[in-house]
Each structure stands twice: as C-alpha cells, then as structure tokens.
Design a protein around this ligand. Sequence first.
Ligand SMILES: O=C(O)CCC(=O)C(=O)O
Length: 193
Amino acid sequence: MNPAMPRLRHRRGWVSAAEADGWLAQLQQEVPWKQEHITVYGRRHAMPRLTCWMADPGCGYRYSGLENSIEPWTPLTASIRRRVAAAAARDFNSLLLNLYRDGRDAMGWHADDEAELDPEAPIASLSLGATRTLRFRPRQRDTAPSVAVELANGDLLLMDPPTQQHWQHGLPRRLKVDTPRLNLTFRVVRPPA
Ligand SMILES: O=C(O)CCC(=O)C(=O)O
C-alpha cells in the first residue's frame, strides 16, 4: 500500500434515501443505546454520542478503554450485516453503532487497531441520516495531507487494510447540523485464542 493515501472504497448512495431513512428511524427506536463515559486526567466525561456493541457470542471488544457489553443482533442489523458482507465480499462478526444526536456529537482522532480486531479485515462503515465529514490524518504527522470524506445518508465506506496501521480518523463537530446521524461500523473480531 502507498501509505500516502488511506485505502478507501466509497459507495455513495449504497442504499436509497428511502431505505436509509427507514433504517435510521427503526434503529433509533430499537437499539439499546448506551451513554458511555470516559475518564481523562481524572475527570469523568460523557462521550459525545450514544453507542451500542452488537456481536456474535464471544466477540467482546474493548474500545476507548471500555469493555463493551455485547447485545444480540436484531433482525434488521442481521439483515444489514448480510448485505454489507456481500458488498465487502467478507463476513463480519461484530458491529459498533454510534448515534450522533446532532452536530455537537462527534468522535475524536483514533485508529481501529485494537488487538482484538483482525488487521487483515476491512472495516465497513454505513452512514444514515445527516451528512458529516470523516477526516483521515497520517499517524506519522505531516507525512501526507489529511483527507476528508463527506458521508451522506445511505453511503457505505470500506476501509481496507492496512489503513488503520497508518491513518487515524475522526468525526469533527459540525454545529450547523441539527439532525441525527447514525453510523454502523462492521468489524471482524478475532475469537480469543
Ligand atoms: O461515525 C463515523 O463515521 C466514524 C465511526 C468511527 O470512527 C468508529 O466507529 O470507529
């Protein structure tokens, strides 16, 4: 790979706006959303988004130092998983859902490179709702320009390896946005040895 660019496959309008709107409404209602907290320099902060971890049994995962409890797949997330697997030509065993209630909710810089994740597998990210910008920057700062990807309702973004090794990504606040965005990232967790 040329580490000067993240390896991304952006499928704009991968699902129709009508279908994406229906999924957004249903998932907002049926997912058991959690408000997680993180402690930074001894102070506890509410994360600026709601989250939920769905996975096959045994596919637990620590994220931002938090042990996520595993929720079972719903009929809808299981069916989206099958469609995403067909698009990516590989199966996924876990899903992190993030609900950004409006443009004040965000995600800081990070790479999805936790030890539990299979580094050979892509990460498939489906966006529903408000358009937001996902930014990428090289982990070795200033070795390449940053990259901005506008993710709109129904877009699928495949992040192929070794993107996570060389790049961080983050979703900045966008204060003019007053509608929700829901992002589903499908992942492959390696079962414990
Ligand atoms: O909301 C997004 O598009 C990014 C989500 C993300 O970075 C993650 O789940 O690790």
